[in-house]
Design a protein around this ligand. Structure first.
Ligand SMILES: *[C@@H]1O[C@H](CO)[C@@H](O)[C@H](O)[C@H]1NC(C)=O
Ligand SMILES: *[C@@H]1O[C@H](CO)[C@@H](O)[C@H](O)[C@H]1NC(C)=O
Ligand SMILES: *[C@@H]1O[C@H](CO)[C@@H](O)[C@H](O)[C@H]1NC(C)=O
Length: 201
């Protein structure tokens, strides 16, 4: 096992390079292991997409004047579901709006809220259209819809969110939710077809 004294000078060169090789191999293996650990952690905690749906929708105090001004209130129950078993979600700045015929007719901020893991939260969102000026085309279309008993709307939300796990917090992300089309019936009809929304973070 001990080196014969006569070979100390000559094989010294290959022996010096072999510890270097060992260090490189060890480093490579370490990097690989660290990479694998990061990959596993990332896969385990990678935020799953939040799920949004509109559970109910109704129209109240509908009044379309002859001067093409619209007053009405849209009530929606928007369900936010956080499917993540490890991550809670913080919603900082939440906004919701509703569009008719691609024109925004009502907007409302929604209070900040936080959502525990595996939690579904129902948000009651009231969108009030006050003296909204419509184009002639929109008025004609809306009158037809009124007679038909239902309107086709787009409901959208935007929020600044953060994921949290224990003491760790992610950076801010922008959440965009689009529910389209959402059919809402005029009173006295109450039925509503649940709508699953598109979600982007
Ligand atoms: C609609 O609004 C107009 C103007 O404010 C008012 O005169 C009318 O009575 C309202 N109609 C209904 C059904 O509320
Ligand atoms: C809408 O509401 C505003 C304020 O409440 C009122 O001045 C206006 O006359 C209303 N318009 C209609 C069409 O009801
Ligand atoms: C979801 O979280 C909210 C707020 O913490 C709580 O009020 C609600 O009961 C939770 N819902 C479920 C289904 O766990």
């Amino acid at each position: 096992m001990a080196n014969p004294p006569t070979t100390t000078t000559r094989p010294a060169a290959p022996r010096r390079s072999s510890p270097l090789r060992t260090i490189l191999i060890v480093l490579a293996i370490l990097l690989l292991i660290i990479g694998l650990i990061i990959l596993i952690i990332w896969l385990a905690f990678k935020p799953k997409h939040l799920v949004y749906s509109i559970e109910s929708g109704s129209i109240r105090e509908y009044n379309l004047s002859d001067t093409k001004h619209l007053n009405t209130t849209f009530n929606f129950v928007i369900r936010a579901y956080n499917p993540n078993p490890k991550l809670s979600v913080y919603y900082d700045k939440v906004e919701a709006w509703v569009s008719y015929d691609r024109q925004k007719v009502a907007y409302t901020p929604v209070g900040p809220f936080s959502q525990p893991r595996k939690n579904a939260t129902d948000l009651a969102v009231n969108l009030v259209a006050r003296d909204v000026v419509l184009t002639g085309d929109m008025v004609r279309k809306l009158k037809r819809d009124r007679t038909g008993g239902a309107v086709e709307l787009d409901v959208q939300m935007k929020a600044r969110i953060k994921f949290k796990m224990g003491k760790w917090k992610s950076g801010h992300r922008t959440l965009k939710v689009k529910c389209s089309p959402v059919f809402v019936r005029f009173p006295p009809y109450k039925s509503f077809e649940r709508k699953i929304c598109d979600v982007h973070t």
